[in-house]
Design a protein around this ligand. Structure first.
Ligand code: NAD
Length: 254
């Protein structure tokens, strides 16, 4: 491995926003670790696209909600590439349920993937950074729902609100290790997570009318912000959220 190359680990990178982030960081010159669930149907195609950028890439199957697996993931990444410079906690899920009907299983799934995953993966990553003498970046893919209520999705909102505070806390706690920690908060982005919405032209029209930019975001819009957050120019930015939403969050009129 040449010493100048840097290594990025992106969770949930087999498809959607995570895949766009992986491709963007590969084009930026990073070697990329794709961490996603085992036997992901999109993993082969994603790896082919990554390899076509000329970047070195590895698919390391992982369930991020399992602490033993995220520890193994960092160890396997270090074994494969020698180091991990950047961690992007992107994997996320949502479950629709009115609060009175929400189940324990759905709560455990959503909080497990969206909050417990970033918590313990960041811990495993920070321990690695400490061992190699410091310096790194953590970027969490949060959501405008770290701020904005989303009825029927209380577990999702709780997970993203928790991620916002985790980011603020770790920005302080990991600064001595030279690690910056930031959130990227997407608004409405065209991915398979929004499949049901994509098939509903009336709801899509209504949603677009609430976005000042007049369009949904693309996964690449989010990947551009990640690229900046891990660039040398963002070295003094930590503990904050970059909202990527075309103005959706603060749009209010009467
Ligand atoms: P997606 O469903 O298209 O992709 C999510 C990826 O995460 C999938 O590849 C999936 O296999 C992976 N994943 C799920 N559970 C996992 C687990 N336990 N371990 C490892 N990987 C797992 O979703 P997306 O739209 O690309 O969303 C990515 C992130 O962006 C999520 O954190 C989501 O909350 C956030 N986000 C999305 C939108 C949007 O409009 N799409 C808006 C705001 C925030």
């Amino acid at each position: 491995m040449s010493s100048h190359r840097t290594v990025a680990l992106v969770t949930g990178a087999a498809r959607g926003i995570g895949k766009a982030i992986a491709l963007r960081l590969a084009r930026d010159g990073f070697a990329v670790i794709v961490a996603d669930l085992p036997d992901h149907p999109d993993a082969v195609a994603t790896m082919e696209q990554l390899e076509a950028t000329g970047s070195d890439a590895a698919y390391l199957p992982t369930d991020v909600s399992r602490v033993d697996e995220v520890r193994r993931l960092v160890a396997a990444g270090v074994e494969r590439f020698g180091r991990v410079d950047v961690l992007v906690n992107n994997a996320g899920v949502q479950r629709r349920a009115g609060f009175l009907d929400a189940s324990e299983a759905d709560y455990d799934l959503v909080l497990g993937v969206n909050l417990k995953g970033p918590y313990f993966l960041s811990q495993a990553y920070a321990r690695h950074v400490e061992e190699r003498g410091g310096g790194g970046r953590i970027v969490n893919i949060s959501s405008v729902h770290e701020e904005l209520p989303f009825p029927q999705f209380a577990s999702y909102c709780a997970s993203k609100g928790g991620l916002q505070m985790l980011t603020r806390d770790l920005a302080v706690e990991l600064a001595p290790l030279g690690i910056t920690v930031n959130n990227i908060a997407p608004g409405a982005i065209r991915t398979e997570m929004n499949d049901a919405l994509m098939d509903d032209e009336a709801r899509l029209r209504e949603l677009r009318s609430e976005i000042p930019a007049g369009r949904m975001g693309s996964p690449e819009d989010v990947a551009d912000a990640v690229s900046y957050a891990v660039s040398p120019g963002a070295a003094y930015i930590t503990g904050t959220t970059i909202t990527v939403d075309g103005g959706l969050l603060w749009n209010y009129s009467e």
